[in-house]
Write a protein that binds this ligand. Structure first.
Ligand code: CO8
Length: 257
């Protein structure tokens, strides 16, 4: 029997999804994308899980969409395969998703990492959108999310000229939230996931939603949505508990209600 292309594990309240095509540098074929999204949705629905980590292996987070699978595709086949639309399902996952990135993070791999809520990088990570070398452009959010993350000029250099960013550069330009030694990148991401998973779940969910709104809407609409979400949290037990616990100088006991 062939190896499963996606492996899942739980680490306390963190759900871990591993892309498992090491020989192909974790290139994202249809099976990987479908099973990855299904695994994320399963963790999203699991009350024992509070945050999700997606990773590859030390050599590669993912080297992009599977070129062998796409090579002979027609426009209609690409449009009707629904492969890129799978990303929309990932966007609908309510729990925070952290990408734990080591090694190559290229093309669709970088787009997958950017579709997550945060990126924890190993010092060995390399980020890029090398589609230009294949005669195409990024097709799953690369031109849009990258530009919002690193700014126009660097995004242009990456998309038009295939420039790679080292982990240090990615931190400098705001693509990743932390860079750690290669032996720690996964534990660091899992620790971060468990820290977040221990917080008030509804506030985490709204916080994620609202930061993502900043990527998707104009400022006035985002501010209005944020205010509505903030007011809404005053209908939760966790808001009453969090503020009472602060004033009583004790730890809050979150219920997710
Ligand atoms: N697709 C298919 N196979 C791949 C891919 C890939 N993206 N990347 C690597 N492989 C395969 C190689 O063909 C090779 O196979 P084999 O052993 O059979 O020859 C094996 O993985 C190992 O690769 P290398 O020998 O090249 O390994 P190196 O360590 O020397 O180099 C690199 C690693 C730098 C990652 C190199 O393999 C490379 O440049 N890969 C291609 C990167 C790339 O161009 N990515 C963009 C792809 S296009 C894309 O992502 C568009 C996204 C659009 C939407 C997404 C929808 C899912």
């Amino acid at each position: 029997m062939s190896e499963p292309v996606i492996l899942t594990e739980t680490h306390n309240r963190a759900g871990l999804i591993r892309i498992n095509r090491p020989k192909q540098r974790n290139a994202l074929n249809g099976a990987v994308m479908t099973q990855l999204v299904e695994a994320a949705e399963r963790f999203d629905a699991d009350p024992n899980i509070g945050a999700i980590v997606i990773t590859g292996d030390e050599a590669a987070f993912a080297a992009g969409a599977d070129i062998a699978e796409m090579k002979d595709a027609t426009t209609v086949e690409m449009m009707t395969s629904g492969r890129i639309e799978l990303w929309d399902r990932l966007r609908r996952v309510k729990k925070p998703i952290i990408a734990a990135v080591s090694g190559w993070c290229l093309g669709g791999g970088n787009e997958l990492a950017m579709a997550c809520d945060m990126i924890v990088a190993s010092e060995t990570a390399t980020f890029g959108q090398p589609e230009i070398n294949l005669g195409v452009i990024p097709g799953a959010g690369g031109t849009q999310r990258l530009t919002r993350a690193v700014g126009k000029s660097i995004a242009m250099e990456m998309v038009l000229n295939g420039r790679f960013l080292s982990a240090k550069e990615a931190l400098h330009y705001g693509l990743v939230c932390r860079v750690v030694p290669v032996e720690n990148y996964l534990t660091s991401a899992l620790e971060l996931a468990n820290e977040i998973a221990a917080r008030a779940p509804l506030a985490v969910q709204f916080g994620k939603q609202m930061v993502n709104r900043a990527f998707e809407t104009v400022l006035a609409d985002g501010i209005a949505d944020e205010r509505a979400a903030f007011y809404l949290l005053f209908s939760t037990n966790d808001q009453k508990e969090g503020m009472a616990a602060f004033l009583e100088k004790r730890k809050p006991n979150w219920q997710g209600k």
